[in-house]
Design a protein around this ligand. Structure first.
Ligand code: ADP
Ligand code: MG
Length: 337
C-alpha cells in the first residue's frame, strides 16, 4: 500500500432538505453526512462501517459525485471535484465508479447483459467499432467469472452473486481507478459472499484499483481493508489501521458494533463486558447536541452534551472522536509528567 493520496475528503458535508408544513414552505434539514474528513491512499481498501442510516451511501454518492456536497471539498488526485459539472466532471465519472448493494435494482431488467455493459462502453470508450466493443464485453465477462454465453441473457436469469458480477463488469468497463463498493455483499447468501470478496481482491491486484468498501458490520471488512473508518449519525467517530480498530478500538460505538457481531470473536471479546446499544439511532434531522453518540453511550459525561468531540490522533495511524478517550489520555499524561 502506498501513502500516495488518491482521494482527500475535507469536511465533506451533505444535507438534504425536506419540505414540511401545509404548503411545504418550511424545510427540515437532514444532516446525513456532517463534516467528514479523511484520505484514501492509492491501491488501498478503505472500509467504511456503521449502522444503517448513518450516512455511508450518501458519502459514497458524494464521492462519486452523484451528489454535490453541501459543504467541504472532495479532492480527487489533486483536483477539487466538489462542484464540477458537464465536460469538466466527465473524466472523473470514468475514473471513479460505484457498485451497489442490490444488483437487481441497479441493473435494467429489460436489457441484456451485453447491452448493460456495452452502455457503459458507449458513453466512455475509445473503442469505435461495435465489434471491438462486443469483444471488450466478452473480456469483461471473463474477468468477473462469467461466460460469453451469458451476454445475451437478462438480469432475472442470474443468481444474486452472478448479478453482482455483472454490476462489477459494468463498473470495470471504463477502466476506473477507484471504486466505491456500497455494501456489495450484504444482499448475497453467506456462501457467495466470500467468492465475490475474493474476486474483488483479485481485480484490485490485477488492475491496481483503490476501493472504498462500505459495510454495516465490521466483520465483513476486517480482512479486506487496510484501514477502517467508523461512522455514526453522519460523523466519523474512529479511524485507523484495520487490525488496530479490531484489537485496540477506543470509541464506545466501535466497541458496541463489535459486541453486536453475532458469532463472538474470541480475539474481540478480550474478557470485556459486551456493550449493548440502548434505543434506536436518533434522527439526523435533530441530532443530539455535542457528541451525537451520547444518548446511547454508557460512559456519557456532562461535557458530551455541550461540546462536540473532535477527531484526535491517539496513535500513528489511529484517531478517535470521544471526550472519555481524550480525557483518559490527558490524565495519563499528567501522571507521567
Ligand atoms: N436522497 C435523500 N433525501 C433525503 N434524505 C436522504 C436521502 N438519502 C439519504 N437520506 C437520509 O440520510 C441518512 C443517511 O442515509 P444513507 O446514506 O442511505 O445511510 P446508510 O447508507 O449508512 O444506511 C438517512 O437518515 C436517510 O434517510
Ligand atoms: Mg447504504
Amino acid at each position: 500500500m502506498s501513502t500516495d493520496k488518491l482521494l482527500e475528503l475535507d469536511n465533506v458535508t451533505k444535507y438534504f432538505y425536506k419540505p414540511v408544513g401545509l404548503f411545504g414552505r418550511k424545510k427540515q434539514t437532514i444532516q446525513s453526512v456532517d463534516h467528514v474528513s479523511f484520505d484514501i491512499f492509492r491501491h488501498e481498501t478503505f472500509g467504511l462501517v456503521g449502522e444503517s442510516g448513518c450516512g455511508k451511501s450518501t458519502l459514497g454518492r458524494t464521492i462519486t459525485r452523484l451528489y454535490e456536497p453541501t459543504e467541504g471539498r472532495v479532492v480527487y488526485d489533486g483536483t477539487d471535484i466538489s462542484h464540477l459539472t458537464g465536460p469538466q466532471l466527465l473524466p472523473f465519472r470514468k475514473r471513479i465508479q460505484m457498485i451497489f448493494q442490490d444488483p437487481y435494482a441497479s441493473l435494467d431488467a429489460r436489457m441484456t447483459v451485453m447491452d448493460i455493459i456495452r452502455e457503459a462502453l458507449d458513453l466512455h470508450s475509445e473503442l469505435t467499432t461495435k465489434e471491438a466493443r462486443n469483444q471488450r464485453v466478452y473480456e469483461l465477462l471473463d474477468h468477473v467469472g462469467l461466460m460469453k454465453e451469458h451476454a445475451n441473457r437478462y438480469p432475472h436469469e442470474f443468481s444474486g452473486g452472478q448479478r453482482q458480477r455483472i454490476g462489477i463488469a459494468r463498473a470495470l468497463a471504463v477502466n476506473p481507478e477507484f471504486i466505491v463498493c456500497d455494501e456489495p455483499i450484504s444482499a448475497l447468501d453467506v456462501s457467495i459472499q466470500a467468492q465475490v470478496v475474493n474476486m474483488l481482491e483479485d481485480l484490485q491486484r490485477e488492475f491496481g484499483l483503490t476501493y472504498l468498501f462500505i459495510a454495516h458490520d465490521l466483520s465483513m471488512v476486517r480482512h479486506i481493508s487496510n484501514r477502517i473508518g467508523v461512522m455514526y449519525l453522519g460523523k466519523l467517530v474512529e479511524l485507523g489501521d484495520s487490525e488496530e480498530i479490531y484489537q485496540n478500538h477506543l470509541h464506545p460505538y466501535t466497541e458496541a458494533l463489535l459486541s453486536s457481531v453475532p458469532v463472538p470473536d474470541p480475539e474481540v471479546a478480550r474478557g470485556s463486558e459486551p456493550i449493548m446499544l440502548q434505543g434506536d439511532i436518533p434522527s439526523p434531522i435533530d441530532p443530539p447536541s455535542g457528541c451525537r453518540f451520547r444518548t446511547r453511550c454508557p460512559y456519557a459525561m456532562g461535557i458530551c452534551a455541550e461540546q462536540e468531540p473532535s477527531l484526535c490522533q491517539v496513535g500513528s495511524n489511529h484517531a478517535v472522536a470521544c471526550h472519555k478517550v481524550s480525557s483518559a489520555i490527558e490524565e495519563k499524561k499528567e501522571v507521567t509528567e
